[in-house]
Design a protein around this ligand. Structure first.
Ligand code: ZN
Ligand code: ZN
Length: 248
């Protein structure tokens, strides 16, 4: 009779419970232990890190001399600045979709690392980190709020307080199906400020974390709520910039 290898069995069970990140989160390539942030060398070299962008919203687009994109010129945003780590690409979209829709919760760690690294190069100093909230039934169905997981991890790494400053009170339809004008309308009044935080945020600088920035409508609506309750500066940092991809 074959002897049971209990050590191996335990290892297999642990692997099932806590999948080790041995594959590149972007392309699935097997990784060695020294790989940077669960990402293979090829992806690191070819991923669309944003290095040149609109100075206001972080869009990776061709700019006028003043460095501000057309979307920002046409809109008066309530946040001061927004930035994204990655521009749109199939690999970036795929990892966001896996995180949001395929219950691959563990992705919050490497994604938060990318946010953390970006933040170290961005000259802002937030007092509080928050996230874009999900509607309660949506969060229940998904099992977690992907933006909250990234934001909490980032706050923990930087030793900055994390609070969910607003609640989503309207289960609006997904922004992905809508054009710019409809997106603005669709997010109007969907967030409620949690008044217990009013004193805490007074004159403070707040960083909002989300997975994707597309037209800025969601971040702007949330910023408006937080700003109107006394915060001084609102900043937005997302993992990806969804410009040119309405399906994000
Ligand atoms: Zn890869
Ligand atoms: Zn812009």
């Amino acid at each position: 009779m074959k002897k049971i290898n209990f050590g191996k069995l335990k290892e297999n069970i642990l692997d099932l419970l806590y999948p080790r990140h041995i594959k590149c989160i972007f392309c699935g390539e097997e990784l060695n232990e020294k790989s940077y942030n669960d990402t293979c060398e090829t992806c690191l070299k070819t991923l669309p890190f944003i290095t040149h962008s609109c100075s206001r919203c972080g869009a990776p687009v061709a700019l006028d001399n003043d460095g501000v994109c057309l979307n920002c010129k046409a809109n008066n945003f309530d946040f001061n600045l927004a930035r994204s780590v990655f521009a749109y690409s199939d690999k970036v979209v795929a990892v966001v979709h896996k995180f949001k829709y395929s219950k691959m919760k563990f992705l919050y760690e490497p994604l938060a690392n990318y946010l953390c690294e970006y933040l170290s190069t961005w000259e802002i100093s937030p007092d509080i980190i928050t996230c874009v909230p999900l509607y309660v039934s949506k969060q229940k169905k998904r099992g977690y709020n992907q933006s909250e997981l990234m934001a909490r991890r980032l706050a923990e790494k930087l030793n900055i307080p994390f609070h969910i400053l607003c609640t989503k009170i309207v289960d609006n339809i997904s922004q992905a199906e809508l054009n710019l004008k409809q997106r603005k309308e669709n997010v109007k009044g969907v967030f409620k400020f949690n008044s217990e935080y009013r004193r805490m945020i007074k004159d403070k600088s707040i960083l909002i974390i989300d997975d994707v920035y597309t037209t800025g409508s969601t971040s702007n609506e949330l910023s408006k709520m937080i700003k109107s309750n006394g915060a001084k500066g609102l900043y937005v940092l997302t993992f990806a910039h969804g410009l040119g991809n309405q399906k994000l």
